[in-house]
Ligand binder design. Structure first.
Ligand code: HEC
Ligand code: HEC
Length: 224
């Protein structure tokens, strides 16, 4: 797999012009139109806000987020090219995959729901919905939705923030949030999110639809 994909690595002098050709190297892992695959660690890209996707591509390129095949693939791609790739995947709207069925107990899932919808202010954990939106579909331009992702991927990302292998532009609010979560919290909230049904409209909320509880470096905080 790695070699097949290494053969697709592009250099600035050798960039294909069409978007279909540009994203061909991404399909084996991210699925057609970025809809995701059955691999629980390969995330869906489709329909996430373009600013969010662009920040991730820059983070892999600059080693602020680590996954060697992606770090390698993006190393030589110019930023404006990455921006266009982000725009392309943001515009794709294939249906969300069917929700997962969790084998965790009701009380664990209830704990996940409480964290996601109410947070736990005594422990410094704001509700996930306070930034990711009441229907968890994110907000333009740079807050991702949390639906259509598998529990294994979500826990790995929260772990990445807790252990410093994933970082975002400072103030890195996910590092602050994830730093307050225990292993049990991560397991519960990841499982609860992964079994949420798709909303009628999975589009991110428009920019400035609501104010964040505290500032995130990657997103202007200008809502009501
Ligand atoms: C070998 C498999 C593989 C290939 C090829 C690949 N990716 Fe990825 N990509 C991943 C994995 C795995 C992750 C999650 C890594 C992590 O744990 O942080 C990821 C993460 C991402 C993310 C962040 C998603 C999010 O929700 O935060 C973006 C954006 C992305 N890839 C875009 C691309 C693009 C664009 C291409 C093609 C130019 C590509 N990837 C090719 C495996 C791959
Ligand atoms: C203060 C605002 C804020 C709160 C509260 C918050 N998030 Fe986030 N979250 C963000 C931002 C901003 C990003 C994008 C970071 C980046 O650019 O990498 C993000 C990204 C994520 C991602 C990465 C998604 C992907 O596709 O890789 C996950 C997972 C996540 N948050 C889970 C949670 C969970 C679970 C909670 C509740 C326990 C939560 N977040 C609460 C602001 C927040």
């Amino acid at each position: 797999m790695f070699f097949a994909f290494a053969a697709n690595a592009q250099t600035p002098n050798d960039l294909p012009d069409t978007m279909a050709a540009r994203v061909q190297a991404c399909t084996p892992c991210h699925g057609a139109e970025g809809r995701g695959t059955n691999d629980p660690y390969f995330p869906r890209l489709a329909g996430k806000p373009s600013g969010y996707l662009y920040h991730q591509l820059l983070a892999f390129k600059n080693d602020r987020r680590k996954y060697p095949p992606m770090n390698y693939l993006l190393e030589f791609l110019p930023d404006d090219y990455l921006k266009k790739i982000g725009d392309y995947f943001a515009e794709q709207r294939p249906d969300l995959p069917p929700a997962a069925v969790s084998d965790l107990s009701k009380s664990v899932l209830q704990h996940g729901e409480d964290l996601a919808t109410q947070g736990d202010m005594e422990r410094g954990i704001p509700a996930c919905v306070s930034c990711h939106g009441s229907s968890l579909t994110g907000m333009e331009p740079a807050i991702p939705g949390l639906l259509g992702l598998r529990a294994a991927y979500i826990s790995a990302q929260l772990g990445g923030w807790r252990y410093g292998t994933r970082t975002a532009i400072a103030p890195d609010c996910m590092q602050i949030v994830a730093g307050h979560l225990t292993e049990d919290d991560v397991r519960a909230v990841a499982a609860w999110l992964a079994q949420r049904p798709a909303p009628a409209d999975a589009s991110p909320a428009p920019q400035a639809s609501f104010a964040l509880p505290f500032a995130c470096g990657s997103q202007p905080n200008e809502g009501k």
